[in-house]
Ligand binder design. Structure first.
Ligand SMILES: [Zn+2]
Length: 375
């Protein structure tokens, strides 16, 4: 009954099934819970909804001066409701932000259940960019993968702007971007892959996010502001515009390094951090070839079974990789490594971020101590 939903989705977005699968599988899933016990910012970004709207305006004006008029028109004229919704508590289900396209000749409407978190600020610029795209495309409706690519570009442009003008805000936004990415390129990518592999699944709007996220990253890496303007204005022709950015990833390629001010959680750095710790401690150095080691790290990143602990100044001080023991999904074989003297930091960080794994490290550590005593 749902068998054709994925084919319809591919057709609407002008995508080939094989190429789409390749793009999904060659991408590194945004990984891992890399965090430190003391890196979490103590206070929120302290930006109210209209300030968030202004930040979106400033960042987009800065990056896309050629369409300054349309950005200002969007900023000033778009009807919007950015207030926190009644009746949904902190834990309650939040109203999803949305942009409603009122059709050619009419301005879209933006809605955001804004509470002031970094994720909410990204939601505002995301919806702002949806609205801007509708204005710049003059109402010619854009297919959903391209539409979401535009909105993610807006988010990335704001983060980039914040890195240059509001560094603390940039750190908050960067973390929110990484957290959201872990969902888009984790569970959402898995759901899309399953549907592409022929599992009968009803259309889910979230299918659009993984490819859009990859396309936005590729476009910012390989394209420029003119490419962004062209995409925003391309309406129903957007898939042709986007195609070259969707097939760019070579199998097994790593994403580029983030700028130095980005929070230290991107995949490339994580491979580097783990390798560096291996070199520093002599861990793994003589048992495994580089190729085997790389495959193992990549596999852990895709499965989100790698963890890097950061020290007080944000430097990596230890890591853990794990996999389920065959035949028992609740038992894990954990491979741990910490810089000398940082064992406790690694344990504390593991305990706070992935307690189910920390428990197994404790057991493993006791087993090692016992083994040594017996020698
Ligand atoms: Zn969106």
């Amino acid at each position: 009954m749902h068998k054709n939903d994925i084919d319809n989705w591919l057709a609407i977005n002008n995508l080939q099934k094989d190429a789409t699968l390749r793009a999904m599988e060659s991408s590194l899933r945004v990984p891992i819970i890399a965090q430190s016990v003391d890196l979490a910012p103590a206070v929120g970004p302290q930006v109210d909804a209209e300030q968030a709207w202004s930040l979106a305006t400033s960042a987009l004006l800065d990056f896309l001066p050629k369409i300054a008029g349309m950005i200002l028109h969007t900023s000033n004229a778009i009807p919007r409701c950015l207030t926190a919704r009644e009746g949904t508590g902190e834990q309650g289900a939040r109203a999803r932000p949305f942009t409603y396209d009122n059709g050619p000749g009419h301005l879209p409407f933006v809605s955001c259940d804004y509470r002031g978190s970094a994720a909410d600020i990204l939601d505002v610029v995301h919806e702002f960019t949806h609205a801007l795209q509708i204005v710049v495309s003059h109402g010619d409706p854009m297919p959903p993968v391209a539409r979401e690519t535009c909105a993610f570009l807006g988010e990335a442009i704001l983060i980039d702007w914040a890195r240059r003008h509001r560094l603390t805000l940039a750190e908050h936004l960067d973390r929110a971007w990484q957290d959201a990415g872990a969902v888009y390129l984790g569970p959402d990518a898995d759901a899309l892959s399953r549907a592409l592999h022929g599992a009968s699944a009803p259309y889910d709007y979230r299918w659009n996010y993984p490819l859009a996220r990859l396309a936005a990253s590729a476009l910012l890496r390989e394209g420029n502001a003119d490419d962004v303007v062209a995409l925003l204005g391309s309406g129903s022709k957007a898939p042709a515009n986007l195609a070259r950015f969707l097939v760019g990833a070579a199998p097994g390629s790593l994403p580029p390094l983030s700028p130095p001010t980005a929070s230290p959680v991107d995949a490339y750095r994580q491979v580097g951090a783990i390798t560096l710790l291996d070199l520093q401690t002599g861990h793994e150095s003589d048992q495994t070839s580089i190729g085997e080691r790389y495959d193992r790290l990549l596999d852990c990143m895709r499965k989100q079974t790698a963890f890097i602990a950061l020290g007080g100044s944000g430097n990596p001080v230890g890591y853990a990789l794990w996999r389920s023991r065959p035949g028992d999904a609740s038992a894990f074989a954990v491979d741990c490594c910490a810089s000398p003297g940082e064992e406790e930091t690694l344990m504390r960080a593991l305990q706070s971020a992935v307690p189910q794994i920390a428990g197994h490290v404790r057991i493993a550590a006791r087993d090692i101590a016992k083994g040594r005593a017996d020698d």
